[in-house]
Write a protein that binds this ligand. Structure first.
Ligand code: ZN
Length: 71
């Protein structure tokens, strides 16, 4: 039989990369596990937005901040 299942994946609010792409996965059927996997890949949640490892950094006070675009 066939069952339809929802999957969850995080999208970086800055570069729009999808966490599932990094893992070669279509997503996870559990939101919390999806975030655990994202965190293991270096993702961070800042002000209720989610950022991939390329899009945030620690500032001088060791706070997680969204990385500024180099111009
Ligand atoms: Zn990103």
């Amino acid at each position: 039989m066939l069952k339809e299942t929802k999957v969850y994946s995080y999208i970086c609010d800055k570069c729009k990369k999808e966490s599932s792409d990094e893992e070669d996965n279509v997503g996870w059927n559990d939101k919390e596990y999806a975030w655990e996997c994202a965190e293991e890949m270096g993702w961070a949640e800042i002000d209720h937005s989610h950022y991939c490892s390329n899009c945030w950094e620690h500032d001088d006070d060791d706070n997680q901040v969204v990385r500024r675009d180099a111009e």
